[in-house]
Write a new protein. Structure first.
Length: 237
């Protein structure tokens, strides 16, 4: 009798576990089937600005602090945040639209399937539910991501400014060095030209002195020759 009682108790425990699992799968399936567009009150082709405005309007109404006596506002506010997280990003919104189309097209087929396919359908619904949490990050991370992106952009601007300053410095010192080399070259050229000019002038002065001495010698010889002729003429007379 005790063994039979234990067996009955085990059967009841198993039945309770299966019932709990079935209820959990139904809850997850119901939650995953929630239409985020209807929850925000916008059309499927709504723009990001319309989705943002609808979220702000509904968040004011469904915020738990607006009516502390209503415990249902918390779950509605959580669902509203979840809907905005998914629809406010292009990638997650495209994935959600694909899941919606898949749900609308594959929903009747799942409902008309036999009981042998129910575990796989429930597993797919559960997987779809948890996938929403993996794809969408918490809303608190949005401001953090913006801050990181802002810091990254500031660092990029700083790197660009540093590169520009380094480039200007290199060009400045390069031009200064080029100017110094050019001035040295011109000074050396002027020195060589001046040296050549002085040498040529000195040679010219030396040549002029020799010519002057030759002229003087020629004059002396001419005078001596004329004196000799005069002397010869006097003797002959």
């Amino acid at each position: 009798m005790q063994l039979e009682a234990h067996l009955r108790l085990c059967h009841r425990c198993l039945w309770f576990c299966k019932s709990s699992q079935r209820m959990f799968s139904l809850c997850t399936a119901h939650r995953s089937s929630t239409n985020y567009y209807e929850l925000l009150g916008v059309k499927p082709d709504a723009t990001l600005e319309q989705i943002k405005n609808a979220f702000f309007d509904k968040s004011k109404k469904l915020h738990p602090d607006s009516d502390p006596s209503n415990p249902g506002l918390h779950s509605q506010f959580v669902q509203l945040n979840e809907a905005y997280r998914v629809l406010s990003r292009e990638g997650s919104r495209q994935d959600y639209d694909l899941r919606l189309r898949y749900q609308y097209t594959a929903g009747p087929a799942f409902r008309s399937s036999s009981s042998t396919n129910r575990p796989s359908a429930e597993a797919a619904e559960s997987m779809r539910y948890w996938e929403q949490f993996r794809q969408a990050q918490p809303q608190e991370n949005t401001a953090e991501e913006r801050e990181k992106s802002k810091k990254r952009n500031m660092r990029l601007v700083g790197y660009c400014m540093l590169t520009m300053l380094l480039s200007l410095s290199v060009h400045y010192f390069g031009f200064r060095k080029l100017e110094e080399v050019h001035n040295n070259f011109m000074d050396e050229k002027d020195r060589v030209i001046t040296e050549i000019y002085n040498t040529s002038k000195e040679r010219a002065s030396q040549t002029t002195g020799c010519q002057q001495r030759a002229i003087n010698l020629e004059k002396v010889l001419s005078l001596a020759f004329f004196s000799y002729l005069i002397l010869i003429g006097a003797l002959l007379i």
